[in-house]
Design a protein around this ligand. Structure first.
Ligand code: ATP
Ligand code: MG
Length: 358
């Protein structure tokens, strides 16, 4: 097959890690007989520098004409919160997700066996293994609700953020979770705060209806505060965890920390029609940009997710994951995952070793 892929290299270490991921795409293409057209798309702080805004006109149209989008990282102190919204990289990220209708954010938190020592949890917990998939609703809830700020007479300034969800929004993310569970270990944990929030009560009732449609998938409700605890106590109990936008933002960061290696974790944002967007969960790491120190594995594993979820190519995805595991098992480490004082290799060398395995 020929695939057209939009490359948003972005800021900081973005161009370095995307460079290695493109190398991996080409290696997979060679082995499995695929070819790629790459389209460079300017977005983030680099776009602000080039054209005065972080989300240039026409960006969404260019991406929509592609089969998938690969993003490195955007952001950095240079384009901070003192700048107008249209110059800030975060504005561009929210806008492109919304414009492409990417309502489902998939974040696996996987403890790779060669990295078990990096897990900050108890040894028994790490040995049990961690392989969960966080499914976060990405375009609704309190992050997109109406905001207000006003002066009161007797209580100073008062602010509100509205949290809203519709049945339709909940159902489509819920279906994604159940479908994913069928491809994995067959369990969905739905996270809410139904003992307090009306949106959560609706969330729960829609999930229960879906659970009835997927009798082959085990289902449970988990309150968000309990989930936060369980992720540290026994993350091995989870397979697919589905939740709304803000809870998912917080819990997916927590889940990634229990694997101990943020530089290894990929993510996917997908919708119904538009191309999926694949990116590492880490940021632009301006402190190490341009020094051949960044770990490219999270971006390379994002390419594996691209093959699995956008191209329905499970074999290609597994080939990438196996290559990463093999290189880690041989003991190769970038500085972020090396033992203190141990030798480490650079971004490009890590990319080369993974390509060689493929
Ligand atoms: P953002 O707001 O963009 O998510 P952040 O403040 O969360 O950014 P990151 O850019 O993810 O921060 O960086 C946090 C720390 O992790 C930094 O010290 C950075 O150098 C390190 N880091 C992030 N990604 C990588 C990577 N791929 N390889 C090595 N180190 C990384
Ligand atoms: Mg961050």
């Amino acid at each position: 097959m020929n695939y057209k892929i939009a490359l948003i290299k972005g800021d900081g270490i973005g161009p370095e890690v995307v460079g290695e991921a493109v190398g991996v795409l080409e290696a997979v293409g060679k082995r499995f007989g695929h070819t790629f057209d790459f389209v460079d798309v300017l977005l983030g702080g680099c776009a602000t520098d080039a054209v005065g805004k972080s989300y240039p006109d026409g960006t969404a149209e260019v991406c929509r004409a592609c089969d998938a989008v690969l993003l490195g990282a955007v952001g950095g102190p240079k384009w901070g919160s003192d700048k107008p919204a249209e110059q800030r990289p975060e504005t561009a990220l929210l806008a492109i997700r919304k414009d492409l209708g990417l309502y489902a954010n998939l974040r696996p938190a996987t403890l790779r066996s060669a990295m078990a020592g990096a897990c900050p949890l108890k040894k028994e917990t790490a040995e049990k293994g961690i392989d969960l998939m966080m499914v976060r609703e990405l375009t609704g809830g309190v992050y997109f609700g109406k905001r207000d700020r006003y002066q009161t007479e007797d209580r100073g300034v008062e602010c509100t953020d509205l949290m809203a969800y519709s049945e339709k929004e909940i159902e489509r993310i819920g279906r994604r979770a159940f479908e994913l569970a069928r491809l994995r270990r067959g369990k969905v944990s739905s996270v809410d705060k139904a003992n307090v929030l009306e949106t959560s009560r609706l969330w729960r009732s829609v999930m229960h209806r879906l659970a009835g449609e997927y009798p082959d998938v085990a289902y449970e409700d988990v309150l968000v505060d309990n989930c936060a605890m369980q992720l540290v106590r026994d993350p091995g109990q989870f397979d697919v965890v589905v939740t709304e936008n803000m809870f998912g933002d917080i819990l997916s960061d927590e889940a990634s920390m229990v694997t101990g290696s943020i530089g290894l974790l990929p993510s996917a944002s997908i919708g119904d029609a538009a191309p999926g967007l694949y990116e590492p969960i880490h940021g632009s790491a301006p402190d190490i940009a341009g020094q051949d120190k960044a770990n490219p594995i999270a971006t390379i594993l994002s390419v594996a997710m691209m093959f699995r979820y956008s191209f329905q190519c499970a074999e290609e995805a597994a080939a990438i994951e196996h290559a990463v595991d093999a290189v880690l098992a041989e003991g190769w480490r970038t500085p972020d995952i090396a033992e203190p004082g141990a030798a480490a290799i650079g971004t490009r060398e890590m990319g080369r070793l993974i390509r060689e395995h493929i």
